[in-house]
Write a protein that binds this ligand. Structure first.
Ligand code: KIV
Length: 272
């Protein structure tokens, strides 16, 4: 009889234990196809509500829905084996009350198989984070530039450029840590503030447009692969897949037009 070796998927406590240790590698993933490619190299896959913009062509994350997140979340779970999969709670599914947040987070967990959810907001979401974590739902928080509040910010603006704003953002990070979040995304905050928060709180900070001194980093996969047309300054393009796709499609179109495709090796013939 052959022995079966079950591959162990990372958990929220595994990520929490990385505080101050080896940096956490996190990326977004929206489908089984990309999850399969990223999973061997990442500790955490985020099914971000950025899927609404990247995959559905919407102008902001405000168009994401619970059904959309469930569809993409289940796909990412099928394509991954070892990374912790975290699914974003879309706008309107958790702010109204902690009970509604629990109901929707439970749906995300049971219908996708994900290991945690993420929600945006600091001190004002602390009670909800405590409610969810006390009931077995690991929560990753998200403070600083929170894209679901883009209309209140008046655009995607870096947070903490003025020192007077630091106190409130630091209080947000401290509040979500005290409430039981296992990690917190620090998005679009000035570097010295990101470093202060990383030093001050006992949970891993996952930076995006923050600082290399955070406990980990996250990027939108399609941004760093060079698939999206415009990216914020903090994104480094690690690939040029957009150009590669265009070249491949151009070559295919030329082959169709000059009838060099399908070639002999791409067609079937009847048996002799
Ligand atoms: O939705 C998302 O992709 C995110 C990350 C950029 C942190 O929240």
């Amino acid at each position: 009889m052959s022995a079966q070796v079950a591959t162990k998927r990372k958990t929220a406590p595994d990520i929490l234990a990385r505080k101050g240790g080896e940096p956490v590698v996190a990326l977004t993933a929206y489908s089984a196809l990309t999850a399969r490619l990223v999973d061997p190299h990442a500790d955490l896959l985020l099914v971000g509500d950025s899927v609404a913009m990247v995959e559905h062509g919407l102008p902001s994350t405000l168009g994401a829905t619970l059904d959309m997140m469930i569809l993409h979340g289940a796909s990412v779970l099928r394509g991954s084996a070892t990374a912790l999969v975290v699914v974003d709670m879309p706008v309107g599914t958790y702010e109204e009350s902690r009970e509604i947040a629990f109901r929707n987070a439970a749906r995300l967990m049971s219908e996708t198989g994900c290991g945690a959810v993420k929600l945006e907001g600091g001190a004002k979401m602390a009670e909800t984070i405590a409610f969810l974590t006390a009931r077995g739902i690991p929560v990753m928080a998200h403070v600083g530039l929170t894209p679901q509040s883009v209309n209140s910010f008046g655009g995607f603006r870096t947070q903490g450029r003025e020192r007077e704003a630091w106190g409130a953002i630091e209080a947000d990070a401290a509040a979500v840590a005290t409430a039981g979040a296992f990690a917190v995304v620090l998005e679009g905050v000035v570097e010295p503030l990101a470093i202060r928060m990383t030093e001050a709180i006992p949970i891993p900070t996952i930076g995006i447009g923050a600082s290399a001194q955070c406990d980990g980093q996250i990027l939108v996969l399609e941004d760093m692969l060079g698939l999206t047309p415009r990216v914020p300054r903090f994104v480094r393009r690690f690939g040029a897949l957009g150009d590669a796709v265009s070249e491949a499609v151009e070559a295919y179109a030329a082959g169709v037009k000059d009838r060099s495709f399908p070639a002999a090796e791409n067609v079937y013939q009847p048996k002799e």
